[in-house]
Design a protein around this ligand. Structure first.
Ligand code: AMP
Ligand code: ZN
Length: 450
């Protein structure tokens, strides 16, 4: 239903003045623990084809989370092989075409394949050593193929992900009429992952204003921590990775199509207590104990460490909790965590400079949670925002991946940006041009196309 809607919206033609051509890029993502490689082609009509997309994640289970040295060795081990595999998916060329081709060895012998127009790589933000594995490899490929390098911002790529998804969906639509990117700027993105909690107003390609940001820990990280306290020990032992949040959702809602039984709060100031779940404990929103003014004054902040401490205290005071009570605690913990997100979206929508926005994109690993989807939609509807479209890109494009990096490379390339071969990895790199470092274009190393 949603992708149909995206396709329909995508049909609006672009202004004539915008230059268009087919673009092919190989992209590398190594900012954290995922080694990911993609080959993406953007067609003249602005639809796109993903020829290759593979990701290998480092083994985090033995450390209980991301470990920089383990992540680095995983990149070093996996990246070259993934690129080698990717090259076999480059579009085929006629044997007579030598220009713009590279010879690639495959199972069917050596064949000429279309050379990428440029190489895209995540330049930051992220773990320095991990970033350099990708950046140095990308520089090597760009030099060997004599094509430009695009070193892009990972967070910008997360923000542009829904535009990639719309371009891939549009592939199915036969159209020679150029299509407008969807969602059009401005749109809101709620990035909810294991490392980030952010509400962003994407005003243009390089202007992503942070409306609310995390202070202590990310929502995914907090939910993982709570899950370890809430889940019965036998259930916890079934974990095959460290995404305990996923386990928490499965434990709280064992049915495939759950009835969430959720009622949006009339006020976020009131904690969820006995009247909501029938037990003796309660969990509230941060900043509310000093009243409505303090709550509103902190509309630009996310904080989740308090939720973790509250859940730990409830567990310690109720050592004999049975599974039913644990399930209630799981639901309330998630509801309170997600209502904090919803409340910041409401605060933002009330801002006069944000009222033009008609789309909210929810991205990051936590966005796969069905209860979150339900809460956001229900809260928005209950506050008169039925017309706001809430888009959840497929989860494979929400977690760290090279396809979103490739798309960002394509949008930046079309805007005339290139990256110098001297460009360094950027450990911390804002996407808001109002930030101290000047945001995406504030770092050294950008060049204009000749
Ligand atoms: P990311 O950082 O984007 O790779 O996402 C990983 C985070 O998403 C981890 O904290 C996971 O526990 C969390 N996560 C993944 N699936 C779910 C889910 N269904 N419910 C809540 N959190 C989840
Ligand atoms: Zn990320």
């Amino acid at each position: 239903m949603r992708s149909q809607c995206l396709i329909r919206r995508f049909r609006i033609p672009l202004p004539r003045c915008v230059q268009r051509r087919t673009l092919l890029t190989l992209a590398i993502e190594t900012s954290c623990d995922d080694t990911s490689v993609a080959i993406l082609e953007k067609h003249k009509n602005n639809s796109a084809t993903l020829h290759f997309h593979e990701t290998i994640t480092s083994d985090n289970l033995k450390y209980g989370g991301v470990h920089p040295i383990e992540a680095l060795s995983s990149h070093q081990k996996s990246l070259a092989g993934l690129i080698n595999q990717a090259l076999r998916s480059l579009p085929k060329r006629e044997t007579t075409e030598v220009h713009g081709s590279i010879l690639v060895k495959g199972t069917d012998g050596t064949q000429p394949r279309q050379k990428p127009d440029f190489v895209t790589v995540t330049r930051g933000p992220g773990m320095r050593s991990s970033l350099y594995t990708g950046l140095n490899t990308a520089k090597g490929l760009a030099v060997a193929w004599q094509v430009p390098l695009l070193g892009v911002n990972h967070m910008q790529a997360h923000a542009l992900t829904p535009r990639l998804v719309a371009a891939l969906d549009a592939k199915a639509v036969e159209s020679t009429t150029p299509l407008e990117h969807d969602p059009a700027f401005p749109f809101l993105t709620l990035l909810v992952s294991g490392g980030h909690t952010m509400l962003v107003n994407s005003r243009s390609l390089c202007d992503h204003e942070i409306l609310a940001n995390m202070t202590d820990m990310a929502v995914g990280d907090a939910i993982d921590k709570c899950a370890r306290d809430i889940l019965p020990p036998a259930y916890l032992e079934t974990a095959t990775d460290v995404m305990y949040g996923r386990l928490l959702e499965a434990f709280a809602f064992p049915d495939k199509t759950p009835n969430f039984g959720y009622t949006p709060p009339s006020s976020f100031l009131k904690p969820r207590g006995n009247a909501d779940h029938g037990y003796g404990w309660e969990i509230g929103q941060p900043f509310t104990s000093q009243g409505a003014e303090t709550w509103r004054n902190n509309a630009a902040l996310f904080t989740y460490s308090g939720l973790g401490s509250t859940v730990r205290r409830i567990k310690e005071q109720n050592l004999g909790m049975d599974d039913e009570e644990r399930r209630a605690l799981a639901k309330v913990t998630m509801a309170v965590a997600f209502e904090q997100l919803a409340s910041r979206v409401l605060f933002a929508l009330e801002r006069s400079d944000v009222t033009k926005v008609d789309t909210l994109v929810v991205s990051g690993g936590v966005a796969s949670n069905q209860f979150l989807k339900h809460i956001l939609r229900t809260v928005l509807d209950s506050r008169g925002y039925e017309k706001i479209r809430v888009v959840f890109p497929p989860i494979k494009f929400c977690t760290d991946n090279a396809a979103m990096i490739a798309w960002t490379g394509i949008e930046m390339f079309e805007a005339g940006w290139r990256t110098s071969l001297e460009a360094m990895a950027v450990r911390k790199w804002a996407i808001d041009p109002r930030a101290e470092d000047g945001g995406i274009l504030g770092v050294e190393g950008w060049e204009r196309a000749e």
